[in-house]
Design a protein around this ligand. Structure first.
Ligand code: PLP
Length: 383
């Protein structure tokens, strides 16, 4: 029998609040109407504090990868050089995308589970003085590690090099100060911390990135950010038919986020991450990214001899608790618990309890309830 109730604790897609689901169930409106313009304007304004920017945040109809591609093809021309930080699947994606668009991509390889050392990026820029941009993840969801984008901006800010950041699991999870730090592009998507289904890509550019976008003469059509800026800022609509329903849902979810206050949202994510980490440690388990763990997703190494993919399958299929195994060579070694967006701290008890039960079924020996007790202790101590 499949579980009657399912908990979605994956690193995206994530749970959607009932208020948002109801908002999206309302009858469709046309997108060339004052009603839709008001929705779009409001959503774009409400996104700015999450990005830490006074710049325009553009709403695209695509998954997060579409917004990543928009950054690539609006900020670099084919044959131009760029550096990309490859510390996991999403870093690797930057590299593949740059290659697909004919750019010369120089890789800064980072061991999975680790943060990039800003010095590595500085050295890469010295080796490749023609590089015009650095591409990185603020939070590398595949390895559950965060990269120090604020320090990377110190390296790029004084040079003619753009810093382009994939913030898909950092925007709305922890503070992003795009303007203050000097990030040149910050990209996000709807289905992680923004508590929505997949389907929206988001992107903001710095002043100097907009200059670059304006001066480039390369072919772009659907993801032409200059065209999209004119539409969204000046005409209060999108260049092409938007995901109307998701934009309305976005407004509702941003209303919930600002109602809770951003500060409290960040504190809640920190609390959940710390609770899960302490729960894992209490079970004698090791974290995959102990030095720079992400606040939105926690990676726990399966104990020796136990297949992480099987543990994850049992948690999902038998217990109804959806978490995710690692990717590629980490598929049988890593268990990733997502705690992003519409997730309550109390749900970390569900996650750890299910993890304990599945591990025990797979022969791991520990004191039953030790992980759950550690989560309780951390939750009781408060944010
Ligand atoms: C989920 C995710 C993406 C990919 O987004 P899609 O919406 O699947 O295209 C990119 N980068 C990071 C860091 C992510 O977590």
């Amino acid at each position: 029998m499949p579980p009657i109730k399912k908990y979605l604790l994956t690193p995206g897609p994530t749970q959607v609040p009932p208020e948002v689901l109801l908002e999206m169930a309302r009858p469709l409106i046309h997108h060339r109407t004052p009603e839709f313009s008001a929705e779009l304007d409001k959503a774009r304004e409400r996104l700015k504090p999450l990005f830490g920017t006074a710049q325009e945040v553009l709403v695209l109809s695509s998954s997060g990868t579409g917004a990543m591609e928009a950054a690539v093809c609006n900020l670099l021309a084919p044959r131009e050089e760029a550096i990309f930080v490859n510390g996991g699947k999403f870093g690797e994606r930057w590299g593949k995308m740059l290659g697909a668009h004919g750019m010369t991509a120089h890789e800064v390889k980072v061991e999975w589970g680790r943060a990039v050392d800003p010095e590595q990026v500085e050295q890469a820029l010295e080796r490749h003085p023609r590089a015009r941009a650095v591409f990185v993840q603020a939070s590398e969801t595949s390895t559950t590690a965060v990269h120090p984008v604020e320090q990377l901006a110190e390296v790029t800010r004084g040079r003619d090099v753009l810093l382009i950041v994939d913030g898909i699991t950092s925007v709305g999870v922890f503070e992003q100060k795009m303007d203050e730090w000097g990030l040149d592009a910050l990209v996000s998507g709807s289905q992680k911390a923004l508590m929505l289904p997949p389907g929206l890509g988001l992107i903001a550019l710095s002043e100097r990135a907009w200059e670059r976008a304006r001066s480039l003469k390369t072919p772009r059509y659907y993801f032409d950010l200059n065209r999209e800026l004119r539409a969204q800022r000046d005409e209060h609509t999108t260049a092409y038919t938007p995901a109307v329903t998701l934009v309305r849902g976005l407004n509702k979810s941003l209303e919930l986020i600002h109602g809770e206050t951003l500060e409290a949202v960040f504190a809640r994510h920190r609390l959940m991450a710390e609770a899960v980490r302490e729960g894992a440690r209490a079970l004698g388990l090791k974290l995959f990214a102990p030095d720079s763990p992400a606040p939105g997703v926690t990676g726990i190494l399966a104990p020796g001899g136990i297949d992480a993919a099987k543990v994850v399958r049992m948690m999902r299929d038998n217990l109804g608790v959806g978490v995710q195994a690692g990717q590629d060579h980490m598929r049988t070694k890593l268990i990733r618990i997502g705690h992003m967006g519409y997730v309550a701290p109390f749900e970390m008890l569900v996650a750890l309890s299910a993890l304990e039960m599945a591990l025990r079924q797979h022969g791991y020996d520990f004191s039953a309830g030790a992980g759950v007790a550690a989560v309780q202790r951390r939750l009781a101590a408060g944010a």
